[in-house]
Design a protein around this ligand. Sequence first.
Ligand code: SF4
Length: 466
Amino acid sequence: MGSIIHPNRGFHGDDIKMSVFTDDLVNFSSVLRMSYNFLAGRDYLKRKKFRERKKLIAITLPFSDLAFAAGGVPVFPIRMEKFKINKYLLMLNSAKGLLGWNLTTRLIEFARQFDFLKIIDTVLEDVIRTINDKYNELFDVGEENGISSDFCYGIKGLYGMHVSKGKNVDATLNITIRCSAYNKYLESLKSLVPKQIWVDIPPREIGNPGKTLEILTKNISNAIEELENITGNVVTDNSLNKQFRIGNQVKRYYKTITYEISASDFYPCNPATFSEILALLGISFQDYNSNAQRYLENISYLVKEMRERIKKGIGMDVSKMPRILLTPIFGGWDPETQEIVYKLGGRVLYADWDILGLLDEIPVSKNSNPVEEYARFLLNATTKGIGCDNNTLTNSYLRIAKKLKVDGVIFNQLFGCHSISNCYPMLKEKIRRTLEIPTTVINFNRIGENVEQIKTRLGAFMEMFP
Ligand code: SF4
């Protein structure tokens, strides 16, 4: 029968030793690989840039397709930072040449000799904490370097990332969204990275959807031309379609985890670990850890591993734990929230990219025009997603809450966000009328800053579940 997973993940790190049992990670080599690829980005990118003479293209939000299709290396800039890499991950990587990542059981045996078990127990939580510490650090860098204090956490962090490492990239790929603060931030990158490639998404006021699509298609073609000039490669319909195919498969696996696995009454791991996996996917999906094919292999393997564990009954019965959607998180959130909910008997799900339409597939066929298809994808995402009107946005939240069959919704209200954060009253009312499930709101400014208020708020919220 299923292995036992200790329910007491700690809040502060001093009592987290039992957070994830070894067995929980033995078969999760794909997650470990993804974590490693995220954290070891700096060395990987250096190799690409200096040895292979590849061009690094900074991207934010999951807009990496054009850079990949042009033979460039997209990078979510935080990955150029030096991270403290968990010893266990380092060991796995150094042994992989000898044993291969998949032979994890043998590696665990190997690890045992060095008493690495404690490290194994905490590895994923450690990874998330490491990334968060860096986010906070870069948020501070952003503030110290003059970004307006009115901006949201996400924008300040992104600005800080470019202040810190922007000089290492060859260009930024700026895809505008319908959030004026974000577009202002993109403008400000001029002073940090010499080359900017713009894909301007026309405002909806143009009215005629055909015209809007035509303008956007043209804007994308221009951006592709600039990418070609930088990378020295020619972008063909084939190279675009090849990238879209990879992206579509990644999105399918991502949705399988978000919907199919998360709906299961039996999880392949501790629900807090599951939330961490969703969080890791959310962050790394933006640039596919700079290697789309490798990312596809990892995520497909992850789905396989999860299904196998569920089939074998390895994991945890979660049928009695209410499913809680926590959103939006893409502009910043406190991952401690998932721990708090878990301690209070619930399980947290994240689905931001699907809410924003960024997990929609891009049609690929012989007769399609890939540039136009990409334009359609971007238009769709920005008309129903980021920064669009409150009515459309709340409908998107509602649609996903329904699809996920969640028992409750926590809305994460971001300080400084004027595009999304003010839709909570409308969302609350719609959920009350149609889904009749509890909702609550928490406030976020910086990781670690508001934990006490979150605990109090969620304590009352979780009492609403039988
Ligand atoms: S929509 Fe809100 S959270 Fe997103 S970038 Fe704009 S201000 Fe930040």
